[in-house]
Design a protein around this ligand. Structure first.
Ligand code: URA
Length: 433
């Protein structure tokens, strides 16, 4: 078997068999296939798609490309969550300690930014000292000691995904159903949980731009879950505008800390509670979704979720003084307000375009090795459905350079569509089990 024949087969629109996919995953993980050959194959998959059989075989090969964690010492049912990515998505930062505060163990491995979407691991690193790269024994010990650990993909879990994910990001191959399904499910299978709740984002700021694609992605991930004995629930959520108000690493961290203290934007709360309620249900701690949501809200309001977050940050070397006093976070040198030139209601805020602007300010990477500027980003002051007067602030830009701030201001004015219609957005679109 050789990689050139495999690339040619997929280039010509044919179906790859299990052995060919296993060969690619194994040899690429072991650095026996060059990045340019893997890029050619990934592009062929992107263009020609994959059958469900191929997607399942690719996922299982990726899941077993490294270690598979055994978390059974923490109970019969271990739950994990993952999002297909979005703009302003700080859900994990709030939800992980919230679930842990309910006495449910959380072993969370989060990714870095991909394309114009942010990554939880990067956001966690906006806390000075927080270590997302701890070894496996520490990861397990933290869960034993405080019931939670949140790391990035440093352990030898699904190393094939780590390489393919980074490669896809640099060759414009992020928005692909088989590639997203295999990326997410391989990581989830390797991470050891047997119950999985997935936030399948849908809309302009998500990889799935329409509901039928989001449903197709959900169904294939659920099927892969079944194959691997992982019960999976997909919550399709609205990503037509950024989630919450803040976009950018430190800015989102600050929004998440405030949320943990009870000051939580409505759309963020909807997603956190819906996902959380299903996580509680899957581990057998409550069958009634609405009751579960109430229990979760109690743990936000009584400070238990916030205290768990403090414990997590402390345990992983982060400076908790920043959490206790958010004013300590370094600020971007340039702060520019964007004032509306029209009056009416906000009808549309294209989330992908906002995500790209935040990336251009330095909040995301353009190449694998780019550094991120934690302090930059955008805070929306108005969201869809809000009334705006002429001259009123619609957004605030946090930049490290005056020219970039001015360019971003002009772009934001174009991205905000202000008109006569007061649109009501729905956050939770569908639930697929
Ligand atoms: N999140 C992932 O882990 N992988 C993807 O491909 C997209 C979002």
């Amino acid at each position: 078997m050789n990689i050139i024949d495999i690339i040619a087969k997929k280039r010509d629109g044919m179906e790859l068999n299990k052995e060919e996919l296993e060969f690619f995953v194994k040899e690429y993980t072991n650095n026996h296939i060059e990045d340019y050959q893997a890029a050619a194959l990934i592009m062929a998959i992107y263009i020609n798609g994959m059958t469900n059989e191929e997607t399942k075989n690719l996922t299982i090969a990726m899941a077993y490309s490294g270690d598979v964690l055994n978390l059974s010492e923490f109970g019969k049912n271990i739950v994990d969550k993952h999002s297909t990515g979005g703009v302003g998505d700080k859900v994990t930062i709030i939800l992980a300690p919230l679930i842990a505060s309910m006495g449910i163990p959380v072993a969370k491995m989060s990714g870095r930014g991909l394309g114009y979407t942010g990554g939880t691991a990067d956001k966690m690193e906006s806390i000075p000292g927080y270590n997302t790269g701890i070894p496996e024994n520490e990861f397990i010990n933290n869960i034993k000691k405080i019931g939670i650990s949140l790391i990035t993909q440093t352990l030898n879990l699904a190393p094939a995904d780590k390489k393919i994910y980074a490669l896809r990001d640099t060759i414009a191959c992020t928005e692909s159903i088989p590639l997203i399904a295999s990326s997410i499910m391989s990581k989830k299978i390797a991470s050891g949980a047997n119950k999985i709740v997935l936030d399948v984002t849908c809309g302009s700021g998500a990889f799935m731009k329409n509901l039928s694609d989001a449903e197709e992605l959900s169904k294939i991930m659920i099927e892969i879950g079944k194959l691997a004995n992982r019960e999976t629930v997909c919550i399709i959520t609205n990503m037509d505008q950024p989630l919450g108000y803040a976009i950018g690493n430190t800015l989102e961290m600050i929004e998440a800390i405030k949320a943990l203290k009870g000051d939580i934007p409505k759309d963020v709360q909807d997603v956190v509670l819906e996902l959380g309620a299903y996580m509680v249900k899957l581990v057998g701690k409550g069958d009634n979704i609405e009751e579960n949501k109430n229990k979760l809200l109690v743990n936000i309001n009584n400070g238990k979720a916030y205290n768990k977050f403090i414990e997590l940050v402390k345990q992983q070397g982060g400076n908790i003084e920043y959490i206790k006093d958010i004013e300590k976070f370094p600020k971007a040198p340039i702060v520019k307000e964007v004032l509306s030139i029209k009056e009416g209601f906000v009808e549309k805020i294209n989330a992908e375009e906002i995500g790209k602007l935040a990336c251009d300010l330095g909040a995301g990477r353009k190449t694998k090795t780019d550094n991120i500027d934690m302090s930059v980003g955008i805070v929306l002051n108005k969201k869809i459905g809000d009334r705006v007067a002429k001259g009123e602030k619609i957004a605030t830009i946090y930049a490290n350079n005056k020219e970039k701030a001015e360019k971003t201001e002009q772009e934001i004015l174009k991205i905000y569509r202000i008109g006569k219609d007061q649109i009501k957005e729905k956050t939770i679109i569908n639930i697929i089990k």
